[in-house]
Design a protein. Structure first.
Length: 185
């Protein structure tokens, strides 16, 4: 469903999802004294809960195993791990969620943290960089990596206009875990 310009979809209920919700609420309560709020699942499946105070503190709640399924308004199941039959640059029609990364103007992948600054991959994944450049030939590029290692970015939609550009999400590929950032500890 849509609320305040955001699209929401619910995880398919099961015992594991209930345990995940409990763990997130417990972490939120410990960090900020109240339950509910944001959390992220990174590309390693780690569930990370940030403080509501914006002070940079956060807790690693645990890791998900398997696939977390979602349900849309029509009761259709959404599997964010399924990229079968998708080629580089094809539209991504599922929720656009994941950890944000960047490709610099000089084609180097990095993660930006407000406190620590830029953290570059020690060995750049040239294959992934080529795929990103296939859909965004030049300039700096923001992209996301979802909880299953799928790489997505946005490209301008339609013809150029002098007004506000509209962007559409597209599929890029998957990360090479051997060349990617390490798990948080």
């Amino acid at each position: 469903y849509k609320k305040e310009g955001r699209i929401f979809c619910h995880a398919v209920k099961c015992d594991e999802v209930e345990k995940l919700v409990e763990a997130i609420n417990e972490a939120k309560s410990r960090l900020s004294g109240s339950m509910g709020g944001s959390f992220v699942i990174n590309e390693h499946g780690q569930v990370i809960v940030p403080s509501a105070f914006g002070d940079g503190s956060r807790l690693l709640v645990g890791e998900i195993e398997g696939v977390l399924l979602f349900e849309d308004d029509n009761g259709e199941i959404i599997d964010l791990s399924d990229d079968s039959n998708l080629e580089v640059g094809e539209p991504w029609l599922k929720p656009y969620i994941g950890m944000q990364y960047n490709l610099s103007i000089h084609s180097r992948i990095y993660y930006f943290d407000n406190e620590k600054g830029s953290d570059y991959l020690p060995v750049q994944d040239e294959n992934l960089i080529r795929k990103i450049r296939k859909v965004r030939r030049s300039g700096a590029v923001r992209f996301i990596v979802n909880p299953y290692g799928l790489v997505l970015t946005k490209i301008p939609e339609g013809e150029f206009s002098m007004g506000e550009d509209r962007w559409e999400p597209v599929y890029v590929g998957r990360i090479n875990r051997d060349l990617w950032f390490r798990k948080e500890s």
